[in-house]
Design a binder for this molecule. Structure first.
Ligand code: KIV
Length: 311
């Protein structure tokens, strides 16, 4: 592991920074593989772990409105909030490409509004690309952003910013007409210059058809195994909602159970006064002295872990 300023926590030198995943790398995965592994992240500590684990792309999704802030939808999320979380995630992402979600009403108004806010995400949020929800109707917005040199990841199918129009978080693309519209949407976004397209909650055969119909990688969530990559919300992937099991979200760990068990053990030890023990305490001060101890402040700081020293 490495500290926030790149310092090695062991005796050796800091590890060399790994090569960043770039937009051309992501595009090339369509032809050459391996499938893209994308996951959401909202803070520095989680980003660092997901990056070390090998995630190719970290998405600061507007899902943060639901999983970080506790709202029932993503609609309240602001550009400022996405940028705040983006800066934290960017500090933890040494290799992964970092994508910022454009929140509700930050791009729908016009291609110019979309361009201005995409620019804010890149400048204030430290993002390397932006993601927009919507189909053919936002193709012009995508074109304007891409023309300014900002890479765009598109997002079709279940688009949570339209939850009220869709009547809930429901599978999309059912029936001939809806399926054909989604294929047209994907082609329009590909043609407008998007470098990847997220396909959310659509039947797997339709996702395969779309994947074959576009020149850029598709990244599925609830869209089957035929996409060029997959994305999950990190807390779903880690099993942090013990009572919520969406069909599409495989739990790769049971971190929620572990957090609760660890908390119960901590509470028990605090109440029993068995924590902190001598091994978790600093050296006793000895008999009370009038004059301050002679050690320089740096000697005390050495005992404090590197991630504390930054605060
Ligand atoms: O906001 C988000 O987290 C997303 C992913 C689920 C694709 O858009």
């Amino acid at each position: 592991m490495y500290g926030p300023k790149g310092q090695s926590s062991g005796a050796g030198r800091p590890p060399a920074a790994p090569k960043k995943v770039t937009v051309p790398d992501i595009r090339a995965r369509k032809a050459n593989g391996p499938p893209i592994a994308m996951v959401t992240a909202y803070d520095f500590t989680m980003a660092r772990l997901l990056d070390e684990g090998g995630a190719d792309m970290l998405l600061v999704g507007d899902s943060l409105g639901m999983v970080v802030q506790g709202h029932p939808t993503t609609l309240p999320v602001t550009v400022e909030e996405i940028c705040y979380h983006g800066r934290a995630v960017a500090r933890g992402a040494r290799r992964a490409h970092v994508v910022g979600d454009m929140p509700f009403m930050s791009f729908q108004v016009s291609p110019m509004q979309a361009l201005e806010n995409a620019g804010r995400l890149m400048k204030d949020g430290a993002f390397e690309s932006v993601k927009l929800e919507g189909g053919e109707e936002i193709a012009e917005h995508v074109r304007r952003i891409v023309a300014a040199g900002i890479p765009v990841c598109a997002h079709i199918g279940l688009t949570p910013q339209s939850v009220h129009a869709m009547g809930g978080f429901k599978v999309q693309g059912k029936g001939e007409e809806n399926a054909a519209r989604l294929v047209r949407d994907a082609q329009a976004l590909d043609e407008a210059g998007a470098y990847a397209i997220v396909l959310e909650a659509i039947p797997p055969d339709l996702a395969e058809e779309i994947t074959a119909a576009v020149s850029v990688p598709t990244i599925g969530i609830g869209a089957g195994a035929g996409c060029d990559g997959q994305v999950l919300v990190c807390y779903d992937m880690l099993g942090m909602y013990p009572d919520l099991r969406p069909r599409f979200a495989k739990r790769f760990a049971e971190v929620g159970e572990q957090i609760m068990a660890a908390t119960r053990a901590y509470v028990d030890e605090v109440q029993a006064r068995t924590f902190p023990g001598a091994e978790h305490s600093f050296k006793p001060n000895g008999p009370r002295r009038i004059t301050p101890p002679a050690e320089p402040a740096a000697a005390v700081l050495e005992e404090i872990p590197p991630h504390w020293q930054t605060h």
